[in-house]
Ligand binder design. Sequence first.
Ligand code: PRX
Length: 675
Amino acid sequence: MTDAPVVQKHPIGSRVAKGHVKPHVGPDRKAYEEEHTQSVGERGDEWWAKRRLTPSFFLSSSLLQKANETLSWYRPFQTVRSGSFAQGNIAWFLEGELNASYNCVDRHASASPDKTAIVYEADEPSQGRNITYSELLLEVCKVANVLKSLGVKKGDTVSVYLPMTWHAVAAFLACARIGAIHSVVFAGFSAESLRDRINDCQSRVLITSDEGKRGGKTIATKAIVDQALKECPVVDKVLVLRRTGNEINFVDGRDLWWHEEAEKVSSYCVPETMNSEDPLFILYTSGSTGKPKGVVHTTGGYLLCAALTVKYVFDVHPGDKFACMADIGWITGHTYIIYGPLTLGTTTTVFESTPVYPSPARYWETVEKHGLTHFYSAPTAIRLLRQQGHHHLQSFTLSTLRVLGSVGEPINSEAWEWYNEHVGQNECSVVDTFWQTETGSIVLAPLPGAIETKPGAAQVPFFGQAPVLVEAATGELVEGPGEGVLCLSKPWPSIARTIWKDHARYLDTYMNPYPGYFYTGDSASRDEDGDIWIKGRIDDVINVSGHRLSTAEIESALILHKGVAEAAVIGIGDDMTGQAVHAFVIMKPEFSYSSSNETSLVKELIIQVRKVIGPFAAPKKVYIVGNLPKTRSGKIMRHIIRKIVAGESDQLGDLSTVAEPSAVDQIKQKVSESQ
Ligand code: PRX
């Protein structure tokens, strides 16, 4: 039976249902179900394919022989889909040729050059500005030509380590324009993480900035890059954006100023013709081992899903102003700041600051200032702002908002209700969107205009998605209400195609656990209405403030400390961040420290993780212990430690497989001492 709580259903947001536009999906669940059934039926591929039959763009007929309502193709595709999960060779829109930058910029710059492409809300509220589609086109072309002048060619990788400035959008699209594969590294990652990601994809060129600005603080972006590049022999050119203008170290012959190089090149760059299946980008994400995975997305399928999910899940219409508050360094930023909204020609927002700078009213000030219609954020931010009190919202006009999104982690009902009531004023649709780096775009979400919402549930599959629940041990399908491992049973266009240079790992991670299905790594339950509730990860991935972290990666970072012999990392429920990192560490016998300076050792270990991975991965608690519970074959029994920390010591179950039971008592004692 399902253990989903009894919930009060919320009606479809009235601003969506009765607002100035007719929802794309509607008027009710039945309408959604009819279309969804078509999209996953035997002839489901036609749901995607039929979209090429309605020409609506003829912007440059010499370049564009055929077009469809969502994407502009230079050459039409013949085959909608090929391949299977089992073979791990899924491909969409074969033979089709297009360019992502053309789709995101040129065609809108040609139709409405003065339309705002990007609302750039700078860290200091007074310093932002709007960038039109024609300005964006110019900047994209300039950077594309600079990259070409540096010898970057189609199929090369380019690493990007940039803070949240609108120029980052130009950097992504410049790569796409010339057929280079961008590998964007979140600017909160440390020098060591950046180094590993550059070396894995072997990019010769890196795009970065002098510094970054966030929450009133200055971030030494270029100094981190310089540190990383000491061990990246392959990088020979670094293009540096001037963001703050402060003095920085500059390496002659290697470092080049973005603005100076842009002056030297022409203002137009012909977009490269790309096959639908050519890689568009690599994005590293954490898995269950210490080594991050370079998830590869290709062009046609990814772009189509990015755009269609913006259209249907957020019910975006012409004139809307879309704001996704994620960082461009994560998949949410890739898909919902850049590729999704821009493919549709929608105005998007690049928000450089934090939700609380200069005050906890910053988001609402931004909504009012720009008349934003869509706001997409993470439960952690919503919880933080709820804690600050709703008086921060009261003096702002939020009536332009129609759809509010949540992503990255389960949203608790208190946060959902607050979001709905205080931000949405009970008139917006609140969409809890479930998806992953690997899925490229939203998999589950209630569609505005059609689905009554339930706080805490991502509810129903997007078109073309056929989620199933699988019994973990047997691999059998769970039918009707129940709980199981969430798998996806039909290939969709934006599924990641491989892990960079490691297809075997791709197959092992996603395709082999339950043959015939894509394995998400999450567990979920299905309620009486057939709606899905995500429970959380069942592998060694933990989710802190919506940041995906691997326990193995944090353990490896700790072990790099000279005194650490062994480490075990677990995720523990946290009211504010969803989960928090707790680390248990055994020091080497020869490493001397007195228990009176344990506090400074703990600090050192936290700094160690910040240094190796980045500040966002820092453990909330570090416990120095003498032993860890292990099986006789030496495997650390993390589930026992997790239960002890979670206050469930009375539910440890059968301990007969623990090699040294005294280790359990030691952990209990250490945890109780620290509380
Ligand atoms: O555990 C799920 C959680 O985030 C994981 C994916 O993380 P990442 O690849 O970094 O992408 C995050 C943004 C798409 C998932 O396996 N997750 C994501 N969205 C939700 C969620 N958990 C519950 N509810 C969600 N809406």
